[in-house]
Design a protein around this ligand. Structure first.
Ligand SMILES: Cc1cc2nc3c(=O)[nH]c(=O)nc-3n(C[C@H](O)[C@H](O)[C@H](O)COP(=O)(O)OP(=O)(O)OC[C@H]3O[C@@H](n4cnc5c(N)ncnc54)[C@H](O)[C@@H]3O)c2cc1C
Length: 364
């Protein structure tokens, strides 16, 4: 069941994703193909103003586009999310020269955009210190440190966003650095349980030089909560697509076997559609910028819907789900679903954040 704004993917891309989803999940063989294929289908332009080279619409359309890809492959959807979220940073940055330099090549998929902001999101919640230091040097800064996890580090070239702390005591900033900068070292791909074609690796920065043109914002503390609705909304696109796919499969299975589970499947489809509507409305009208808690609760609800949806697909299928020569989509979705609770902000982080907010409200 798709939402009112749902996006239809070009047939060639939809077919490629559907026929290579397993390979994308379990091997690194197709990692270099994902960004060019999504770019060719013009997906990165969705929700980007036409005046800036996009195809118009807003972030709700980008959420639906990510969901449409996630219905076929969560690996491709996560790459899409990382790239499109980097584009969002460029759009929402006060730095026009950054936009002039990066927006067009990002929309064309000529360079990959990666978002290493888990560390920053955890920093804002007081869980972790920032892992990269920016030391003023000449007209710019030198970066030292690293990130343990970052996706869409295309071997063919990438630019990544990270939050940095300044040794000189200035507020934390968010900057962009290039993968081929002197002093930047990408690790080999991490040995993942799933999503193996996502170009996920660690990065070390040793004296990487950046200048004013590379600064996304000088004030991470005020800028990050403002971009968080788009960051989190588009990330929820992954849950939405995966849940839609599992529920559609469960619906087919339960209809064919006249299973007693059908009513539960249909009730969950209704619950999903309601959550999607609330998420898209809130991201669009800006209410989540001032009040993050309802958005956090929606992210948690969507993650729970994903878990229930794959469980219903499993139960609708029964023993057949265990046969490797049967339908392999279930096994992949089961692995893909394991990613949903741990991607930042993880459910653990969000639950703790909500508890903190409730305790603070109780004290007020
Ligand atoms: C395939 C893959 C790709 C990824 N790609 C990216 C990427 O592109 N960019 C990026 O930035 N990151 C990326 N990550 C990182 C990811 O988004 C999460 O940061 C990470 O998986 C979750 O962090 P964590 O392991 O610390 O787990 P968490 O869920 O944060 O927590 C782990 C433990 O810490 C405890 N804990 C959590 N919060 C608190 C708190 N407030 N107070 C006390 N204790 C707490 C929990 O109870 C739990 O026991 C990726 C991860 C994976 C697996």
């Amino acid at each position: 069941m798709a939402g009112a704004r749902s996006i239809e993917l070009p047939a060639a891309l939809a077919d490629w994703l559907a026929s290579h989803a397993d390979q994308l999940d379990t091997t690194q063989e197709l990692a270099s193909e994902v960004v060019p294929r999504l770019a060719e289908a013009k997906l990165f332009a969705i929700g980007v103003p036409q005046a800036l080279g996009g195809s118009g619409g807003d972030v709700r359309d980008a959420i639906e586009a990510i969901a449409a890809v996630a219905e076929r492959s969560l690996t491709a959807a996560f790459v899409f999310w990382g790239h499109r979220t980097f584009i969002e940073y460029v759009l929402q940055s006060p730095n026009a020269s950054l936009r002039e330099r990066w927006l067009a090549p990002l929309l064309r998929g000529e360079i990959a955009g990666a978002t290493g902001l888990s560390n920053a999101m955890k920093f804002l919640s007081g869980i972790e210190s920032l892992q990269i230091t920016a030391t003023p040097e000449g007209e710019g800064w030198r970066l030292d440190g690293g990130l343990a996890w970052i996706t869409n580090l295309r071997k063919e070239g990438f630019v990544a966003a990270a939050a940095v702390t300044s040794a000189a005591g200035a507020p934390p900033a968010v900057i962009a650095f290039r993968g081929d900068a002197q002093g930047a070292a990408r690790s080999a791909d991490l040995d993942l349980l799933a999503l193996r074609g996502s170009n996920t690796a660690a990065i070390k920065l040793d004296g990487v030089r950046i200048g004013e043109a590379d600064v996304i914002t000088h004030d991470a503390r005020s800028w990050l909560p403002a971009v968080r609705p788009a960051f989190l909304g588009m990330q929820c696109g992954m849950s939405i697509g995966l849940a839609r796919a599992a529920l559609a499969a469960a619906h087919r299975l339960c209809t064919a076997s006249r299973s007693g589970l059908l009513a539960r499947v249909e009730a969950l489809q209704v619950e999903l559609a309601r959550a999607v509507e609330q998420l898209e409305d809130g991201v669009h009208d800006g209410r989540f910028k001032a009040a993050a808690a309802p958005m956090f609760r929606l992210r948690i609800s969507l993650a729970e819907i994903v878990q229930q949806a794959v469980m219903l697909e499993l139960q609708g299928s029964g023993g057949r789900a265990y046969l490797m020569n049967h339908d392999r989509n279930f096994a992949r979705r089961w692995r893909e679903a394991a990613f949903v609770p741990i991607v930042t902000p993880s459910l653990t982080q969000l639950q703790l954040e909500l508890q903190k907010q409730a305790a603070a409200a109780g004290r007020a």
